[in-house]
Design a protein around this ligand. Sequence first.
Ligand code: SF4
Ligand code: MG
Length: 336
Amino acid sequence: AEKILEIRNLTTGFLTDGGMVKATDRVSLDIEKGKTLCVVGESGSGKSVTALSVMRLIEYAGGMITEGEARFDKQDLVQKSQLDMLNIRGSRIAMIFQDPMSALNPVFTVGEQIAESLRTHKRLSKKEAWRQSVDMLRRVRIPDPEIRARQYPHEMSGGMCQRVVIAMALACNPELLIADEPTSALDVTVQAQILELLLQLKQEFRMSMLLITHDMGVAAEVADRITVMYAGAVVEEGTAADIFERPRHPYTIGLLQSIPGLEGERGGELYTIRGAIPPLSNIPPGCRFHPRCLYAMDLCRTNEPPLRRSLSGHMAACWLDDTGAEDPRPGNPNNR
Ligand code: SF4
Ligand code: MG
């Protein structure tokens, strides 16, 4: 199938007093057109850094891409100028974040903000921009959009504000939507509504989606494929069924066990995985998961396991797993 995004060996670092610290280490992932890829992992796993690197926003956060490619529609975004990226962001790739309030301006009505976003990318009269702005509110299922358009963000609930942010993001009909923890700040019932809305809009707007979450329950709701990241690297990747029904990496298995059962409360805390994610300045040698792994062997402490790929495309990086062969994707020279 045709790919909308192909990330290869993407490595992003931050310069610190102690030298360059890698926040992502040779990350490779693909998104097929029209599909949803979920990137899951704890905070500090490099999920957001990967997304910000693709958007080339990482430079504004003090990071730099030191290696790799991010091909969007066959063009490598890593090689683009920031001026080119300014055009691509918002019109061809849009991004939404956890906190809708940080994306909204408190002194303008939500209708004005969507209209402004439309006018940045399209030549529209004020009147036409307003009309389309109200229409976008309708498309994100906000009731009474003509009335809501005249309201300020503080007059709306968190869930309504996230719908407004989604309307702003989709106003220019992006081909790819990157959503970084889009429901994590919301109540559980509202979370489910927003996820459902995103799935419907993905169809209606014929988009592809990269959704970042720490919550395996969220991934279960929306993902076609899932990439599991740990401490800056991809440790497993497969279809949603691969990950949920036949996980191969001990970290993924731990993540799945952390999904609360019937009596448990939802929280996403990884109480079944001992220890904590290592600081990026101190990634363990060998398998980066070995200090927390119940199955660690001597080999794991010294040698980094390669990502191995089965015939079906399910990949995992673990010495215990001898399914398939090393990831043969082109443009993946060092392959770990
Ligand atoms: Fe555990 Fe070793 Fe597999 Fe790493 S390579 S996940 S330490 S068994
Ligand atoms: Mg994050």
